[in-house]
Design a protein around this ligand. Structure first.
Ligand code: GLN
Length: 496
């Protein structure tokens, strides 16, 4: 099997055993990028030279007898919303074109400390706003399963990179579903850790009370290894949780659900869901029962209001966070010809630098926060948020995890929802509650829909700091599918 088609854990073991060098592994992945990325467009920036340099450093440390971690020398694709001092950081926006941050995000630092080899930066919806990666100022990314379809978003470059074997691992951020939804529609694993479990320092902010870095991988164990590598308390992030990282790797290895109580969220599924998604979800439920889990239906009535509440809270926070892009401090500045006031330059820069969706969100958020409307919109949305957290609490008195389809449909065609914001927002219907309450949630592959042959995701939600449960159940599902099919569930490499 070629090096690009190996998992991160396997690559780590091969390198530790001296069977292959980190340079060979990096080169194989860079060759794969050169071979397929002109069609996929997962990367905004490929850092070939620095990747080989990092790989050489890992090989040298190993040759010197240093004991390295399980992911040392493993290549990774990094979402272009994390700052990197040696590579451009655009957040998918024209307004940050050419910006080179003077510092690394904590997630970036921890990737480097774990010896991961950063291949480059991946495409995303501008400032992580979107569900398709079509809102990138640098053109859309394509789904490796069907190049005319979206890879999900906002972390669509990261999901496509892993699904097309350009990298075994990638990073993402999940504010309303931007890891789980792209993972589901590209047939890979994507995890949103508990809010505060992974650091936001150096993550270009969209909605600070929701933004959560997390891993993408092709196996549950690989995702857990990456999760462990970059998570944990960070003094640079005031909302970082002061607690041990839950035992995610151990849980992924445990992969056992006997006696576990699993709740199917009544509010998600049925009408409005693609039949192939519903069918695969039902199979996953039966599979869990056959493994000894106790499956019941659980009602979370406030989840119905999660989407509207999110589209008040996230734009409100973004309207404040994006005020810093004023043409004075970072990236783009237009019309500064010496005749215009600073205010005019700022207005013209923002008009030229932000795309349509970002402007829509800034306007929505500014309106929702304005005096006279604050209580009616932002205030009400915050109350809904509390009700959703209470629904989760009540549910977790009855069950250990909650499950649902990750998305109502499989990957949609590029362009289909581009002019219909509501249709686009509906892609995150099932993922948003976990963001509003701060819970842990994962998406794992659960087969392909009959009508279009495209991947379907199963979402597993756990309590705050119960991240290990997501991995335990996810790994059990993965293993059961492998046993049933005699190999990985989605074993066919997408034809590229
Ligand atoms: N698709 C959602 C949005 O557009 C979620 C984005 C995200 O999680 N970053 O806001």
């Amino acid at each position: 099997m070629s090096l690009t088609h190996r998992n991160a854990a396997e690559l780590g073991a091969l390198m530790a055993a001296g069977e292959v060098s980190a340079v060979e592994v990096a080169q194989a992945h860079l060759d794969r990028v050169a071979e397929v990325d002109s069609r996929v467009h997962a990367f905004l920036h490929v850092a070939a030279e620095s990747a080989l340099e990092q790989a050489r450093a890992v090989d040298a440390r190993r040759a010197a007898g240093e004991k390295l971690g399980p992911l040392a020398g493993v290549p990774i694709a990094h979402k272009d919303v994390f700052t990197t001092r040696d590579m451009p950081t655009t957040a998918g926006s024209k307004i940050l074109e050419g910006y080179r941050p003077p510092y690394d995000a904590t997630v970036t630092t921890r990737l480097r400390e774990a010896g991961l080899v950063i291949l480059g930066k991946t495409n995303l919806d501008e400032f992580a706003m979107g569900s398709s990666t079509e809102n990138s100022a640098y053109g859309p990314t394509r789904n490796p399963w069907d190049l005319d379809r979206v890879p999900g978003g906002s972390s669509g470059g990261s999901s496509a990179a892993v699904a097309s074997y350009q990298a075994p691992l990638s990073t993402g951020t999940d504010t309303g579903g931007s890891i789980r939804q792209p993972a589901a529609v590209t047939g890979i694993v994507g995890m949103k850790p508990t809010y505060g479990g992974s650091s936001r320092y150096g993550l270009i902010a969209f909605a600070s009370s929701l933004d959560t870095p997390g891993p993408f991988a092709r196996t549950v164990l690989d995702a857990a290894l990456l999760h462990e590598a970059f998570s944990g308390h960070d003094v640079m992030d005031t909302t970082s949780i002061h607690a041990e990282v839950p035992p995610v790797v151990e849980a992924a290895r445990q992969a056992d659900v006997a006696g576990l109580r699993v709740g199917v969220v009544r509010e998600f599924g049925g009408e409005g869901y693609q039949p192939g998604v519903t069918a695969r979800f039902q199979e996953a439920v039966e599979l869990l029962e056959s493994l000894g889990a106790k499956v019941t239906e659980v009602s979370c009535p406030s989840f119905t209001y999660a989407l509207p509440a999110y589209y008040l809270i996230a734009p409100s926070e973004c309207s404040s966070n994006l005020a810093r892009f004023d043409g004075m401090r970072y990236g783009l500045r237009v019309a500064d010809d010496g005749t215009r006031s600073a205010e005019e330059v700022m207005a013209l820069t923002r008009a030229a630098g932000f795309g349509a969706e970002v402007k829509r969100r800034i306007m929505l958020g500014t309106y929702a926060l304005s005096s006279g409307y604050y209580d009616a919109y932002y205030g009400s949305a915050q109350k809904v948020r509390t009700l959703i957290a209470r629904d989760f609490e009540a549910a977790f008195h009855q069950v250990d995890v909650l499950i649902s389809p990750t998305t109502p449909t499989t990957a949609f065609p590029i362009g289909e929802r581009a002019d219909d914001p509501m249709a686009m927002y509906l892609a995150d219907l099932c993922t948003i509650p976990a963001n509003l309450a701060g819970n842990a949630a994962i998406s794992v592959p659960c087969g392909r829909a009959d009508e279009d042959g495209l991947p379907v995701g199963l979402q597993i939600m756990a309590p705050v700091l119960g991240d290990d449960r997501c991995y335990r159940v996810g790994a059990a599902v993965e293993k059961a599918f492998e046993d049933r099919w005699g190999g990985p569930l989605l074993k066919e490499a997408p034809s590229l």
